[in-house]
Write a protein that binds this ligand. Structure first.
Ligand SMILES: [Zn+2]
Ligand SMILES: [Zn+2]
Ligand SMILES: [Zn+2]
Ligand SMILES: [Zn+2]
Length: 137
């Protein structure tokens, strides 16, 4: 499954469940009358909020990554609250594994997932209303 941002065209692909390794699937849930886009494990391990970029939910895209170069520096993210995790996130443009980083936004640190080739960055995945934290693969 791939996601792309409308505003800056940054994309992310290849999200997998950190527990069972299945590819995450797009789904929506209704929370307090609001429809929220989520990425769910088909094996029932859990779900994360779909990635965001430029302050908006990224959209599902069917675009394939050109080049099949294996991600060199894979990072895993996990939720400190429910234990849901996600791994193998790759840049949608060059196929490189995204790296965890932080940026300063108006004085506060924001977790991001960044392409090492400079294609762009997305906001780190969220779960249970919190940023997921990077864990070593
Ligand atoms: Zn963006
Ligand atoms: Zn799973
Ligand atoms: Zn969670
Ligand atoms: Zn890239």
């Amino acid at each position: 499954m791939s996601y792309a941002c409308d505003s800056c065209s940054m994309g992310v692909t290849n999200l997998h469940c950190g527990k069972c390794g299945k590819g995450l699937v797009m789904d929506t849930i209704v929370d307090g009358g609001e429809t929220i886009a989520v990425s769910r494990c088909p094996g029932g391990c859990g779900m994360i909020k779909s990635p965001t970029c430029c302050g908006k939910d990224m959209k599902k895209t069917s675009e394939k990554v050109s080049g099949t170069e294996a991600a060199t520096s894979k990072i895993n993210y996990s939720c400190g609250k429910c234990g849901m995790s996600v791994k193998d996130m790759q840049c949608n443009k060059c196929g490189k594994g995204l790296q965890g980083d932080t940026v300063d936004v108006e004085g506060s640190k924001v977790g991001v997932s960044k392409c090492p080739q400079g294609c762009g960055m997305i906001k780190s995945p969220m779960c249970c209303g919190m940023d997921m934290v990077t864990v070593k693969a």
